[in-house]
Design a protein around this ligand. Structure first.
Ligand SMILES: [Zn+2]
Length: 338
């Protein structure tokens, strides 16, 4: 060190310009290499002004799809581009659900992004896609954990105000959460409720939701989760709901599935455009007398109070089977439930 000081002293004596150059070089090197936040910020600003993307930012933004496989999925499907194609949805085979993609969970990039999988800083969240042009739910996903679940002792809220697409009265439809209330603490969120059968809601989806719920309570871990209704063409009632889940901390050891749950009722015909359900019992009904309100398109039993209040002008009495009327586009009254 001493000899260096001497050398510097000497050089100072010899050339003041040289020491100024040296100081500038050291400052420049410091500016380029330092990780001090204010220097880094200034450097990034300068780089951006010069037309370069800030290097650290682009490394973190994870637009490089190759990183996703680390989280498990492998492929980086966009929302809606799974190996299920609308119009080619699986036919109900008597089971509650079929596996999708061999049962291997895959998520859109955005799920990994928001969950902070790339940056390694886990960030629980929920996201609900907007309704489409036909007012149908699109998808819901999140990184679920105790943070997103209802606090202990909290009661479920009222969801009866929401009428999901395809909802028809008196058809025994259930408001089916895409992400269960017990996982999301979401009540009357229209982007999270679809028209579903008891078979879908209770027998198909619930056991899987409970599996995730119990896993989170037992481990305190997190689960990447996505639920997406699948519609055929412009129908308003989904044919099924895809459910994808993968536990984060143990890399899918605890929770790992990718399935399509059928929105059907055994022993019933569903009109997925109108939401009208005809049970085989109803289909077998003989023709009988109904009263149709020609203005509203609703049909009643003749004894219904709705008939007494109906104006004579709109009243039409017919003899038909229930299925004949629903096939003609008439809707059963929600009160007398013909
Ligand atoms: Zn009625």
């Amino acid at each position: 060190m001493k000899s260096t000081n001497n050398a510097q002293k000497n050089s100072t004596k010899r050339s003041p310009a040289l020491i100024i150059l040296l100081v500038l070089l050291i400052a420049a090197a410091f500016f380029v290499m330092s990780d001090a936040p204010f220097i880094k910020g200034a450097r990034d600003t300068l780089m951006q002004k010069l037309g370069y993307e800030a290097i650290d930012q682009s490394a973190e933004d994870g637009s490089d799809s190759g990183e996703v496989s680390e989280a498990g999925g492998g492929n980086t499907a966009e929302a809606g581009s799974f190996d299920l194609e609308a119009g080619e949805l699986p036919e109900w085979d008597g089971n509650h659900y079929v596996k999708v993609n061999g049962g291997v969970p895959e998520f859109p990039d955005d799920v990994y992004e928001r969950a902070g999988i790339h940056s390694g800083k886990l960030d629980p969240f929920e996201y609900y896609g907007s309704l489409d042009d036909l007012g149908r739910c699109t998808y819901a996903y999140g990184c679920l954990g105790e943070e997103t679940m209802p606090p202990e002792g909290q009661d479920r809220g009222d969801i009866s105000s929401v009428h999901p697409s395809g909802w028809a009265k008196a058809q025994n439809w259930e408001r089916c959460h895409l992400i269960a209330w017990a996982l999301s603490n979401e009540n009357a969120n229209p982007s999270n409720l679809v028209t579903g059968t008891h078979y879908l809601n209770y027998d198909g989806m619930r056991p899987l939701e409970e599996e995730v719920e119990h896993y989170i309570w037992n481990t305190g871990n997190h689960v990447l989760y996505m639920a997406k209704p699948w519609f055929s063409g412009d129908e308003l009632v989904p044919r099924g709901v895809q459910m994808i889940a993968r536990s984060v901390e143990d890399k899918g050891k605890g929770i790992s599935f990718n399935v399509y749950c059928f929105n059907v009722t055994p022993e019933a015909e569903i009109d997925y455009k109108t939401g009208i359900v005809t049970t085989s019992e109803q289909a077998a009904q003989d023709a009988r007398t109904y009263v149709i309100n020609t203005r509203s398109g609703v049909f009643h039993y003749p004894s219904c109070d709705g008939v007494k209040e109906m104006s004579e002008h709109n009243k039409k009495t017919v003899t038909a089977t229930r299925s004949e009327l629903t096939a003609q586009g008439y809707t059963p009254c929600g009160y007398c439930e013909p």
